[in-house]
Design a protein around this ligand. Sequence first.
Ligand code: DGT
Ligand code: CA
Ligand code: CA
Ligand code: ZN
Length: 607
Amino acid sequence: MNRNREIAALFNQAADVLALLEENAFRVLGMRKVGRVLEELPEDAAVLATSGRLEETPGIGRHSAERIREYLRTGHICEFEQWASQIPAGVLQMMAISSVGVKTAHLLWREGGITSIEALQKALQTDTLPELKGLGTKKKLRILQNLEFMQAGAQRIGIGWALPLAKEYCQRLEPVAGVSQVQYCGSLRRGKETVGDIDILICAEASVAPAIAKTLENHPQTTEILAAGATKISLRTKIGLQLDFRIVPAASWGAALQYFTGSKEHNVRVRELAVKKGYKLNEWGLFQGQNRIAGETEEGIYDVLELAWLPPEMREDKGEVELAAAMFRVRQQRAPDWADPRLEFLGRNIPPLWPTLEATDIRGDLHLHTTASDGTASLEDMVAAAKRRGYQYIAITDHSKSQIQANGLKVPRLLEHIAAIAALAKTVKGMTVLAGSEVDILADGSLDYPDDVLEQLDWVVASPHSALTQEAEAATDRLIRAASHPLVDVLGHPTGRLIAGRRGLEPEMGRVVSAAARGGVAIEINANEMRLDLRDAHAHLAVQTGVPLCINTDAHSAEQMDQLIYGILTARRAWAQPENVLNTWPIEKIRQWQRQRRCESKAAKSV
Ligand code: DGT
Ligand code: CA
Ligand code: CA
Ligand code: ZN
């Protein structure tokens, strides 16, 4: 993992600081630009810095390159720290609250005398904040809600940070002599959207512990070793996250994997089953009396317990233990003797092996932006990047006209864009390029383009972007209306939530999913690490109801197409098999599915 994002965060913060100090707006913008360039940089900034190519990167000047080198060398940037020292630290922290931007923070600090999150919370709770222009009752309430929402999620970290970090540590450990296997477990292996800490298992004899400890201590992300024993090492990283490492012998590897992957709820059920069958199960193995009868592999343990192995993402005690038992019996060609309402949706289709959805099953990305709206890559570059990934089809879906701040396309510009996409599509071999749009679902559920315009698009993603604080009832009606529109193919990021940032819409998802089923519309799992919207539980509803999911990255740059994996993990948590995911289908099947809906609605209209 490179440190681009870490450095980008510094520049973004410096931009905030300058803005709070009422510095020249161009300077602030320049600073933000550097942050954005770093976030999207395909190469490691540290490598570019040492080879002197950093200043040649568009958007990064000589001065910024100098600062980046200073940071890589010393761990801080003097100039930035000097600026920041002019502002109380609490004022900068306040800006982490969604709906507190530079303007509000400045107002609270300079006019309201608020310099910490605690003071802000207290003033809001007791309604003792002085009257401030531009800070009405509604806004104040929203800040308080977002503050509390943020605090609730503060101890957990997003999977987009955790997964690359965990992989990095694993890669460092693999070459250590005496280490045969390394695997991250816990909530991360289960693909949860946020994790409390990272649990990593290392297969090695205890004698290797000192070498392992040394490797971990020397890792550039490690700031503090919290504990170092013969079988357990804990440390803290730069971003404050804790990592727990456990050293396990080969004979217990599978048992430890099973135990530390969890979830705790899943483990409790599995252990109960073991006891019922006369065994004892712990992190060292599955025992009959004193004899270890399984423990080297996870499969071996589940097998003795007459359970099929299931992907870690499903292990949440949501009915998967019953499913695993039924699958085991199917494999033995016995009748599954279960009667669990949570499995009814599977009907008689209990597979002997679970067909785990893989990233390679995805044939195309059906939600992509370009510079025509707020993307940073051109149409040509996005198409080329998708082609390089081996996709069989993609949809270009820039924003619609109401998204003014995102440079949404008014109708004439949309028509030009459609023509440009169609012209380019003709030149691309082996990949279908659909001319689509991400059309806003307005607050009342109507769409941002009229039907005669929508009809000209190959692909319509309809998403809410504004009015994301409306009441649940209104949100439900809004999404149902969009899902009932025959020209809508996919409901995009249906709630608009941002993980640990914005609650988004809170509709009655069961009713929205039913409407999508009736309307023959797919629902997106937006794979962006900040969104993961639909979330796991809601996506599970879609799977149960037979509504196709569509896993899209919503990429605004070629790089962001890499976020697909987070959507895959969320879909696995929702029990999605490949066939549940629309964009694993061949393009002909998707076209047929779309045609059927459009024709049916025309037929219904003409009656
Ligand atoms: P997190 O870290 O809060 O995101 O969630 P987890 O699931 O990673 O939980 P963590 O780190 O406390 O523990 C890792 C795994 O270890 C957990 O998924 C299951 C197992 N485990 C931990 N404590 C217990 C326990 O008391 N009983 C059982 N059966 N398993 C446990
Ligand atoms: Ca954990
Ligand atoms: Ca842990
Ligand atoms: Zn989008």
